[in-house]
Design a binder for this molecule. Structure first.
Ligand SMILES: Cc1cc2nc3c(=O)[nH]c(=O)nc-3n(C[C@H](O)[C@H](O)[C@H](O)COP(=O)(O)OP(=O)(O)OC[C@H]3O[C@@H](n4cnc5c(N)ncnc54)[C@H](O)[C@@H]3O)c2cc1C
Length: 417
């Protein structure tokens, strides 16, 4: 059996290792198009802070790991999948045959289509190569403009602040992390970062970037102009699917997969950030580009590529952020559902101490939660959302005092057990 995996990030690697355990005699090829050993993008902030060298981002630390596991690493860009011939084609024109193919090509950052995005000191922050360029330029005192205050934007802010830069953030939404946090939570995070000296412009976009007086000048939709030595674009991501044109693999925003990570074409599977998989709550296809989902899907895909029958329960939104030391989380349907659909919720707001809790229910099940400033027991929030245990009397108690979520989790988990 020849397994070919396109993409050597966490998804591709976890799938390759799982396949090796399941099929000791199979051939496994793991293809990546970056000139690096398999590495973790999640480690990039630690590299930017200077806590680790670039080797610290490598997913496996020993040099002979891949030889021992008999995982054949191939560096090259796949430009085409020929599903009829069961071959992948590289940019060099070479072809590699497969029996089963896994697409684990992740995402790439979106660069807004505005003038100046291609200037020398404008970077995205997605690859280790991007991080090396940013580390060389984000020196103490440098003026840095960050476009986007979403998940990645908030994560890298800590590293940029630690480098001593003068940071300005521009966000199109009306608050920070608008697609992951409630309005109150997003505004509380904004107040926190402003109190740490970061300038934040919400409801603002960049319309052009130009060279001025030896630096960069960004024009905003509000008319404001911001001078910067370095611009970092963290304006969202999009799945890497262009090479699938003509392959027959169904792609909408990402690759459509069933619960077994099978695509619309026989013997082709997909997992990780590149997929549009069923959401845990709604069952509707959603992009959910976070690592826990990616590696869960990798294991399921590997199991099925090896002839098994594994199924995903759907991907759950799990967001944990450390923004300049302020810990925030959101889980599941954190935005809640309408009252007509059985929706109900409670918010606890403590502005002075940067503490916040929002619990969302559908009938007597907790479907989502958002927290700020809670570091103890936040796993219980995820547990309540993920187990979907009926809360019974606990719902009224949580509505009266949302801070008792840990006790509610223990009680409902014990009852279910
Ligand atoms: C700075 C940063 C911080 C992050 N922090 C977190 C966090 O705290 N928590 C969290 O859950 N997630 C975090 N993420 C997101 C997380 O890194 C992704 O969810 C994860 O990397 C997805 O893994 P993947 O293997 O599906 O894709 P990727 O890691 O993107 O790997 C895909 C690989 O495929 C390769 N590839 C693409 N196209 C081709 C092609 N045509 N031919 C050959 N190879 C190709 C790519 O070059 C890449 O090496 C962070 C991301 C960044 C950038």
């Amino acid at each position: 059996m020849k397994h070919v995996i396109i993409g050597n990030g966490p998804t591709g690697l976890v799938a390759a290792e799982a396949l090796r355990r399941l099929q000791p005699d199979a051939e496994i090829a793991l293809i990546g198009d970056e000139a690096e050993p398999p590495y973790s993008r999640m480690a990039i902030p630690y590299f930017l802070i200077g806590k680790i060298a670039d080797s610290g981002t490598h997913l496996r630390k020993s040099h002979d790991h891949y030889a021992k596991e008999r995982i054949h690493l191939i560096e090259g860009k796949v430009v085409k999948v020929d599903a009829q011939a069961k071959q992948v084609e590289f940019a060099s024109g070479e072809r590699l045959p497969y029996d089963r193919l896994l697409i684990a090509t992740g995402s790439q950052p979106i660069r807004p289509k505005v003038a100046g995005m291609d200037l020398a000191n404008v970077h995205t922050c997605w690859t280790i190569e991007d991080a090396r360029a940013i580390a060389a330029k984000a020196k103490s005192g440098a003026r840095v403009l960050q476009i986007g205050a979403g998940f990645i934007g908030c994560i890298i802010m800590e590293a940029l602040a630690a480098r001593g830069v003068e940071l300005t953030v521009v966000e199109m939404g009306d608050r920070m992390v608008p697609r992951m946090m409630t309005a109150k939570a997003g505004n509380m995070i904004r107040q926190w970062v402003e109190s740490k000296g970061v300038a934040v412009h919400v409801k603002s976009g960049v319309t052009a970037i130009m060279q001025k007086d030896g630096a960069l000048m960004a024009k905003l939709t509000t008319g404001a102009e911001i001078a910067a030595d370095l611009v970092i674009c963290a304006a969202g991501i999009t799945p890497n699917t262009a090479f699938l044109a003509g392959s027959g693999v169904a792609v909408e925003r990402g690759i459509r997969v069933d619960a077994g990570m099978r695509t619309s074409v026989a013997d082709i599977y997909a997992a990780g950030d590149v997929t549009e998989a069923a959401d845990f709550h709604t069952g509707k296809p959603e992009l959910n580009a976070i690592q826990p989902n990616a590696v869960d899907q990798a294991r399921i895909a590997a199991h099925n590529m090896a002839g098994g029958e594994a199924a995903s329960g759907g991907s759950l939104a799990i967001n944990v952020l450390d923004t300049l030391g302020l810990i925030s989380t959101s889980f599941g349907q954190w935005q809640g559902v309408a009252r007509e659909q059985g929706g109900d919720g409670v918010e606890l707001i403590d502005d002075a101490n940067y503490r916040y809790l929002s619990l969302q229910f559908k009938d007597d099940v907790m479907i989502g939660a958002t927290s700020i400033g809670w570091t103890d027991h936040v796993g219980a929030l995820r547990g309540l959302v993920q187990t979907q245990a009926p809360l019974g009397d606990w719902k009224a108690r949580l509505l009266a005092d949302p801070t008792c979520f840990m006790a509610a989790y223990l009680a409902t988990a014990q009852k279910a057990a």
